[in-house]
Design a protein around this ligand. Structure first.
Ligand SMILES: Nc1ncnc2c1ncn2[C@@H]1O[C@H](COP(=O)(O)OP(=O)(O)OP(=O)(O)O)[C@@H](O)[C@H]1O
Ligand SMILES: [Mg+2]
Length: 332
């Protein structure tokens, strides 16, 4: 079943064509660069960029997939969580297209999209699995009993892991969004150089990153310009290790305690090389199987939305056209 996926929840305009939730025919992603000069996403500017680019991106997605419009059998779009203006652009476009083409339409939760990136790319993954969703706005540990049936075991009480990466990248002068830059710099550093705090170690599956963010920012403040330059890779690596260590520790603990064999990570921070490495190491040691999506399916993209939309349609059919954008849409 050829599914057109549309993702516009933040600052990526993305359109994809996916066959039956398992084969990506195209996945065009346009990251809006206009926000760089503001150091963060400006919602109104993002909405306008989506309006300007969605049709050309849609045409490119069909072309790259080698399909024509009349071959599309299902249209899926993100309805939330995200920025309301940007969400409305993609959702309205999808509804209009589905209405005009007389094909079913499915509204998708963006976080379900992130976790579906694994369903799309990992055919061996068990329906029943544990996933750590780590993105720019969310950090949560979810027991997926089957597609659509979620138990949130824990989440962050303050900042998301991605937010911490972005903030530290900013204070280090690495630009925005800076998670990937911190990852790159950390590769040249010593992760044991400084031990930054691991918060909420004894609080079940809850996470906290705002204290760590402040600790690293203050640590950097106290350094001389020379020391800072000399040890920036070591500090990046030590900061990254603090984030990754606590993420891995709690994920492994949950997999053991809940007796879940298969574990995945998803969301933008799932692209992090050290997170992948340490998860693999400690999960293998615990006798668990570890899966993660290719990097282009970690950060926001429409292929994961098409996949989630397809699985949703298989289970529950189409969504009514009256559905609206919901900025704080919960996963459960
Ligand atoms: N290699 C990496 N290491 C660490 N963080 C990374 C890496 N690559 C991307 N990120 C981070 O991932 C985040 C973007 O992920 P994503 O696109 O899933 O977030 P979002 O869509 O803005 O938030 P949400 O999905 O919660 O609504 C940013 O915070 C970015 O810094
Ligand atoms: Mg996202």
């Amino acid at each position: 079943m050829l599914t057109l996926g549309i993702e516009t929840s933040c600052d990526e305009t993305s359109v994809a064509v996916v066959d039956s939730g398992s084969k990506t025919l195209s996945n065009v992603i346009l990251s809006q660069s206009v926000h760089t000069k503001f150091g963060g996403v400006v919602p109104e500017v993002a909405s306008r960029e989506h309006v300007r680019t969605i049709i050309p991106i849609y045409k490119q997605a069909l072309e790259e997939a080698g399909v024509t419009r009349d071959q599309i059998q299902l249209i899926a779009a993100t309805m939330g969580p995200g920025l309301v203006g940007p969400l409305l652009v993609g959702l309205s476009f999808a509804k209009g297209m589905a209405w005009g083409m007389e094909v079913p339409f499915v509204a998708v939760n963006h976080m379900e999209g992130h976790l579906a990136a694994n369903l799309l790319s990992q055919p061996d993954l068990d329906d029943n699995h544990l996933t750590l969703i780590v993105s720019g706005g969310h950090t949560m540990l979810v027991h997926v009993r089957s597609f659509g049936e979620y138990e949130i075991l824990g989440r962050t009480v303050d900042d998301a892991a991605g937010e911490a990466f972005d903030k530290i990248a900013k204070v280090m002068g690495l630009g925005y969004p800076g998670g990937a830059e911190v990852d790159k710099l950390a590769k040249q550093g010593d992760r044991t150089y400084e031990r930054f705090p691991r918060a909420m170690r004894h609080h079940e599956y809850r996470f906290s990153f705002s204290g760590l963010k402040t600790a690293v920012a203050q640590y950097l403040d106290k350094l001389s310009a020379e020391e800072r330059d000399k040890h920036l890779p070591d500090i990046a690596a030590s900061f990254q290790e603090a984030v990754v260590d606590i993420l891995v520790e709690k994920t492994v603990k949950a997999a053991k305690e809940k007796n879940i064999r298969d574990v995945t990570i998803s969301g933008g921070v799932a692209a992090n090389s050290r997170l992948r490495e340490l998860m693999q190491e400690r999960l293998t040691r615990a006798g668990k199987r570890f899966f993660y999506p290719p990097i282009q399916l970690c950060t926001d993209n429409a292929a994961m939305i098409a996949a989630a939309g397809y699985f949703r349609f298989q289970k529950w059919g189409a969504t009514e056209f009256v559905v609206d954008a919901v900025p704080y849409l919960p996963l459960d």
